[in-house]
Design a protein around this ligand. Structure first.
Ligand code: TYC
Length: 120
């Protein structure tokens, strides 16, 4: 979002925005202040279960979250031991896409792996 606001009046003898009845040839100059707003971020989480093979979870983390084998293994073991773990943090649409990709891939291979997103 950006907002326009008056910065000065040419001619100087009248306040910006003041009504001089058209007598003094002043004009309002506006600047647009750039306001960069940060997007809402969402954590994508994997949930533990008793049936999905560890190697499948490692593969998911490599394939959909661009993790190397070492990081993927660490995250998988964290989920295995703690019940839940973070795969990454994304904007809404990217997070939603990751969740859908992982759930479709797990279903296709008939594993009960669950992937969810939560607002950061
Ligand atoms: N608990 C599973 C097993 O022992 C492995 C696993 C890890 C499953 C992480 C899901 O998100 C998960 N085979």
């Amino acid at each position: 979002m950006s907002e326009s606001y008056p910065v000065s009046a040419a001619g100087g003898s009248q306040p910006p925005g003041g009504d001089d009845g058209g007598r003094s040839n002043t004009s309002i100059i506006t600047k647009t202040k750039p306001r960069t707003k940060r997007p809402n971020l969402y954590r994508v989480l994997l949930l533990n279960d008793d049936y999905t093979p560890m190697e499948f979870v490692v593969h998911v983390l490599e394939r959909f979250f661009n993790k190397n084998r070492e990081d993927a293994t660490r995250i998988m073991l964290h989920v295995h031991q703690n019940g839940v773990g973070e795969c990454g943090v994304f904007t809404y649409e990217i997070a939603e896409t990751k969740v859908t990709q992982v759930m479709d891939f797990a279903r296709k291979h008939q594993h009960p792996l669950q992937c969810v997103m939560e607002k950061n």
